[in-house]
Design a protein around this ligand. Structure first.
Ligand code: NAP
Length: 371
């Protein structure tokens, strides 16, 4: 059982907007930065002793915080450090959950290790990556995670989970489903190996060709991915307003074959971009559905808009509120339902909203056709 006193006592009334990439949200009633596993456990005990809800905040890149703020203890994960060891031909890298994810990727690439180079330029921290099994351009963390250490709120103690216990699936894990809110990830161990990069994704292939690179190494592949992401406004950049977002606001839906045929019939004048998944479902880019429903890149509604570079990123155009964001997101979701009967699911987590019909509409599926 953890000690009831965090190393640092929680601070009261801490603004959260500066801790989030969207730059929106009211204050935390209390906030504590945890720099060690003991501090995570102690923060849990502090909240439990007082009957106060606990909210975990990592890099703030995938969260929409209510304008009213968060009535509870926000646990800001700041565990750092990277340890490297060898295991036969493999290299194990263990990184603190508060490490910037892209710095860990850069460290792996510098060592010539393959496995995460396509995950370059993704904002946020290491601890967030297993939650949604972050993936991009043909790689996903679930393929290289060896294990992780987490504080288990049910057991009130640290546990080690092997990758096989994390139920990784496409942008999904047990941490988002059955065990949402149960674990606070403290560190993650990645199993990487020297070798050729993954260059299967068409955008990456095109970029490398554009750069005149025939036999890319992991460093060149990382640079190619960064170039693609920058073009899409998906690399955080203080001087680029298109990056004041949570990245993609909606997930790419996977629909049944029958739904795909129905959607194709609605839009028979253009080909619907689609990719058949291993389970037979058909993935359709959310960006395409959104554009076809009347929301183009650069669309603006007051203080909220869509990035001029990518229709999937809702941006804070300056002074936006969380209410503005959920209202515009709801309008987009409604338009896609009305046109295609597909209920898009938001990617970010909504914190501090209770019994909020706008947020309920966004996160519910209404029995729509997505599989
Ligand atoms: P994009 O590259 O145009 O991809 C849009 C959708 O089309 C994605 O679902 C993507 O699949 C799919 N797709 C594209 N080419 C494909 C191919 N050759 N085979 C199979 N599927 C293909 O658009 P984007 O929104 O800018 O995304 C870029 C990458 O970042 C994608 O890999 C996307 O998944 C990833 N991403 C990940 C997260 C996350 O982890 N939470 C958030 C945002 C974006 P895949 O999703 O399988 O790649």
């Amino acid at each position: 059982m953890a000690s009831a006193n965090p190393g640092v006592p929680p601070a009261a009334g801490v603004p959260l907007a500066p801790l989030c990439t969207l730059g929106i949200g009211g204050p935390a009633r209390w906030l504590v930065r945890a720099t060690s596993r003991d501090e995570v456990a102690a923060a849990y005990a502090w909240a439990a002793d007082r009957g106060v809800p606990l909210f975990v905040l990592g890099g703030g890149s995938n969260v929409v915080i209510a304008d009213e703020g968060v009535d509870g203890l926000v646990l800001h994960i700041a565990l750092t450090g990277v340890e490297v060891s060898t295991a036969g031909a493999d290299t194990l890298m263990t990184a603190g959950a508060g490490e910037a994810w892209d710095a860990v990727v850069a460290g792996a690439v510098t060592r010539g290790l393959a496995g995460v180079e396509c995950l370059s330029g993704i904002p946020g921290t290491v601890g967030g990556t297993p939650i949604q099994n972050v993936g991009a351009y043909g790689q996903e963390v679930g393929h290289v995670i060896e294990s992780l250490t987490a504080f288990d709120l049910h057991e009130q103690g640290m546990v080690r989970l092997d990758a096989s216990e994390c139920a990784f699936a496409y942008r999904m894990s047990r941490f988002k489903r059955a065990d949402a809110g149960r674990f606070v990830v403290c560190d993650v161990t990645f199993r990487l190996r020297e070798g050729p990069p993954t260059t299967t994704y068409p955008d990456v292939v095109d970029q490398l060709a554009r750069d005149g690179i025939k036999t890319p190494d992991v460093r060149q592949t990382r640079e190619a991915v960064l170039a693609i992401r920058r073009r899409k406004g998906m690399v955080i950049d203080a001087v680029d307003p298109d990056t004041r977002s949570v990245g993609s606001f909606f997930m790419n839906p996977v629909v049944s074959r029958a739904s795909y045929d129905r959607i194709a019939a609605i839009n028979s004048h253009v080909r619907v971009p689609s990719y058949v998944m291993q389970n037979g479902g058909v993935k359709i880019p959310a960006a395409w559905l959104i554009e076809q429903s009347g929301f183009a890149k650069g669309h603006a509604e007051g203080r909220v808009g869509l990035s001029t570079k990518h229709p999937l990123a809702l941006i804070n155009r300056g002074g936006a509120t969380a209410r503005d964001v959920v209202t515009v997101a709801g309008r987009i979701k409604r338009a896609v339902i009305d046109r295609f009967g597909v209920s898009l699911r938001p990617e970010p987590v909504f914190v501090g909203f209770s019994n909020d019909s706008d947020v309920e509409f966004l996160i519910n599926h209404e029995g729509r056709e997505e599989v």
